[in-house]
Design a protein around this ligand. Structure first.
Ligand SMILES: Nc1nc2c(c(=O)[nH]1)N[C@H]1C(S)=C(S)[C@@H](COP(=O)(O)OP(=O)(O)OC[C@H]3O[C@@H](n4cnc5c(=O)[nH]c(N)nc54)[C@H](O)[C@@H]3O)O[C@H]1N2
Ligand SMILES: Nc1nc2c(c(=O)[nH]1)N[C@H]1C(S)=C(S)[C@@H](COP(=O)(O)OP(=O)(O)OC[C@H]3O[C@@H](n4cnc5c(=O)[nH]c(N)nc54)[C@H](O)[C@@H]3O)O[C@H]1N2
Ligand SMILES: [Mo]
Length: 680
């Protein structure tokens, strides 16, 4: 056995927690993963997924050699052959159709500054087409920016100071497990907890009040809460006068939504709406923790504005224990994100990179693209076939291309469609620096082991491909840090130095991002056009064509709009997977062996379905055959399947969704989906 050493690193998954972890390596192999108490947000250490890296890094399923397609399917080939095939095909596409006939698709598989190298490389290639928007959170980001001016919130541990915590469309007990520790601290001091969710989630187990709106109707619910606050004078007049723009117009708007009206829309008893309003109006400090669940609808940006308005009314912003804990972009110190459009570089057309495909409409936009049409795709860090809306179209669009390259650690549904699959490094195999979107720490994501002999980091994949494409060595060197570990580190030091940080410092522990505030907006300055919290937003109209006030509109795909199918499909996230990752590991399979559709027992009985039976979940776009699970905690009229199952598992939920954007921010309206369930 070789030497034993322990390293500090951070989990780079697209997850709130971005845990600090101590990784023990013995004989070149990861043997243990533990927590790092210096991270005040995640002191207890990683979840089961984090612990499962011990398996994941050496999993027998991991891709450790390139593969290429022949008549017999995908088979291992040498790097020489794989890169030769890719270079030849890409050069041909560029020669015949132009560089923009290549789609560069990057998903959310890992965080890190080195991710930016992809686009830098494609610029050297001569350009590409890429996507705008994302699958995750942009409607909420934009709603928050329109209202508060930027996305920042109090430090995670400040939740302990709250006396009322409202989890609105967030299931922290599964998706942000560390937040529950801060919640428990608040509860020990007497805090009360509200959960607003059509499902009685694990988070709801801790709640004093559970409000279960009909999916997609939270806007109406929030307006009615605002109505009661204004009606009963449960508002902070001094705060409104000094720091809020548009209260008079807002008060008029909520006048139109008394609790009885919202009760009819949201299918929540009016008395419960009154109860929620009384808590919001009287139990302070109040933190609202909105999740991403209700911002996956066609009306979701407006919904988020309506919920956020409740904090403006009650003056619960800029104080300890108070505020809007949505997205904390205070660690975006390397590329400050002032505007959600800054996420999609380059935000402005430059003739080289065509930012022309909506992530939410990936399949449709790929098929519709002309001048030049798309002929090839390069996919990295993402699994768009099961994860983007409307899987059948995404699949068809990928199949219609002449050539596809996928870079991944595993043979995902998307990789299975590729002509060339290149094995990706794991986060334990190349040093990088990561931020977070919940806590305010900048962290090192440290190389702790060598990659398997035939695995290269993306930076080296690009360098090798670039050489084959005849790109000048100096240009590659300028765009791609490496090849040595020292050169990668020197590049990272160059990014850190302007912030007064070093890798050495990060190796000692997580570091608060320079300028990060423990209490966001404590100076009550809001970088909006009026300098105040905006209940009325001109930009909402000018940029998105929406009402200047928050409002409620029925989701596009709805039974009340005459939708053909009766059940509302929810596709939430789940504890032991991150989207389409981890579900293939033995440690996870033991707990969560396969996809199931949850139904309220009454809905199941009406269809003659019993627990454990197989049922077809379907609409005009597609169908899934799944095992039925009964859940009294799920609102009647809903069906729920966790997202992230692969086509290969028979559970790819986006077979059922449509490629539709949210009302603002270019997000994906996954939950605007109706289905029927019947005996298989
Ligand atoms: N119906 C429905 N669909 C959804 C959602 C929903 O709620 N409902 N949620 C959406 C949300 S919020 C998100 S964020 C998306 C997530 O969708 P994606 O962004 O596609 O993310 P993952 O499914 O996690 O897949 C990431 C892939 O990156 C690979 N990977 C990991 N590390 C590396 C690396 O270092 N290099 C390379 N090259 N590859 C790597 C992983 O193996 C994995 O295959 O899904 C969305 N899809
Ligand atoms: N374990 C784990 N953790 C994760 C992830 C993961 O896949 N697994 N993914 C990470 C990522 S990328 C994301 S985006 C986050 C997402 O984490 P969350 O913010 O918790 O988001 P979701 O699971 O999409 O949805 C949260 C809740 O919204 C509810 N919901 C759906 N529709 C509505 C509605 O109309 N109104 C209301 N009030 N609620 C509704 C759902 O039932 C669900 O319980 O989690 C991150 N953390
Ligand atoms: Mo996400």
């Amino acid at each position: 056995m070789g030497a034993v050493a322990t390293f500090l690193t951070a989990c780079p998954r697209n997850c709130y927690s971005t845990c600090s972890m101590r990784v023990t390596v013995e004989g070149g192999r990861v043997v243990a993963i533990e927590g790092e108490p210096a991270n005040r947000a995640t002191p207890e250490g990683p979840c089961l997924k984090g612990l499962a890296y011990v398996e994941r890094t050496v999993s027998a399923d991991r891709l450790v050699r390139p593969m290429a397609r022949s008549a017999a399917g995908l088979a291992p080939v040498s790097w020489d052959e794989a890169l030769g095939l890719a270079a030849e095909a890409l050069a041909r596409v560029r020669r015949e159709h132009g560089a923009q006939a290549l789609l560069y698709y990057a998903g959310s598989g890992t965080k890190g500054l080195l991710n930016g190298c992809g686009l830098a490389f494609w610029r050297l290639f001569g350009g590409c087409t890429t996507t705008y928007g994302d699958l995750c959170w942009p409607a909420g980001l934009e709603a928050t920016r329109l209202t508060l001016g930027e996305n920042a919130h109090n430090a995670p541990w400040d939740l302990a100071n709250a006396r009322l915590v409202v989890f609105w469309g967030k299931n922290a007990a599964e998706t942000n497990v560390h937040q529950m520790l801060h919640l428990e601290e608040a509860r020990r001091e007497g805090a009360r907890v509200v959960v607003v969710d059509p499902r009685r989630t694990e988070t709801a187990e801790r709640a004093d009040l559970l409000v279960q709106p009909r999916p997609g109707t939270d806007g109406a619910l929030a307006l009615a809460v605002g109505h009661v606050l204004v009606r009963d004078g449960l508002i902070d007049r001094a705060f409104l006068d000094a720091h809020v723009h548009g209260f008079a117009a807002y008060a008029e708007r909520v006048g139109e939504m008394p609790p009885e009206a919202a009760a009819a829309i949201a299918e929540v008893p009016a008395a419960r709406i009154e109860e929620l309003a009384r808590l919001v109006g009287t139990v302070h400090p109040l933190t609202i923790v909105p999740g991403f669940g209700m911002q996956r609808y066609t009306n979701s940006g407006q919904t988020m504005r309506a919920i956020l308005a409740l904090l403006a009314l009650t003056g619960q912003i800029g104080r300890p224990g108070a505020g809007w804990m949505y997205a904390n972009l205070q660690t975006a110190v390397f590329h400050p994100v002032k505007d959600p459009l800054d996420f999609y570089p380059p935000a402005r057309p430059d003739g080289v990179v065509r930012v022309g495909i909506s992530t939410a409409r990936l399949g449709r936009d790929m098929q519709a693209m002309t001048d030049p049409p798309l002929k090839a795709a390069w996919v990295e860090r993402g699994n768009p076939i099961p994860q983007n809306p409307e899987t059948p179209r995404v699949l068809a669009a990928f199949r219609a291309l002449d050539f596809r390259v996928v870079v991944d650690e595993f043979l995902t549904d998307t990789a299975r469609e590729a002509d060339v699959v290149l094995p990706a490094k794991s986060f334990l195999e190349q040093t990088d620096v990561v931020g977070a979107y919940w806590h305010p720490y900048v962290q090192i994501r440290q190389k702790v082991v060598e990659p398997p002999p035939e695995v290269k980091p993306e930076t080296e994949i690009y360098r090798a491909l670039g050489r084959r494409l005849g790109i000048a060595e100096e240009a590659l060197a300028a765009a791609l840090p490496g090849p040595s570990d020292e050169a990668v580190e020197a590049w990272l030091e160059g990014k850190l130095a302007p912030l007064g940080l070093t890798l050495e410092r990060l190796r000692q522990g997580p570091v608060l991002a320079p300028g990060a505030k423990e209490v966001a907006f404590d100076d009550l300055r809001f970088p909006t056009p009026s300098g105040k919290i905006e209940l009325v937003s001109r930009e909402a109209r000018e940029r998105w064509g929406l009402d200047e006030l928050p409002g409620y509109t029925e989701p596009v795909e709805s039974v009340r709009r005459g939708g053909r199918y009766p059940l509302h499909l929810l596709t939430p996230n789940t504890k032991n997977r991150i989207h389409s990752q981890f579900g293939n590991l033995e440690a996870i399979r033991r707990i969560d062996p396969g996809p199931r559709v949850a139904l309220h027992p009454d809905d199941a009985a009406r269809r003659g379905l019993r627990a454990g039976e197989r049922a077809r979940v379907f609409n005009d776009r597609g169908s899934l055959t799944l095992e039925v699970a009964l859940d009294y905690g799920l609102s009647p009229g809903c069906a729920s399947v966790t997202n992230g199952w692969w086509l290969a598992d028979g559970g790819a939920v986006n077979l059922l969704s449509e490629g539709r954007e949210t009302d603002m921010g270019y997000g994906a309206a996954f939950h605007d989906t109706l289905v029927e369930v019947a005996r298989a």
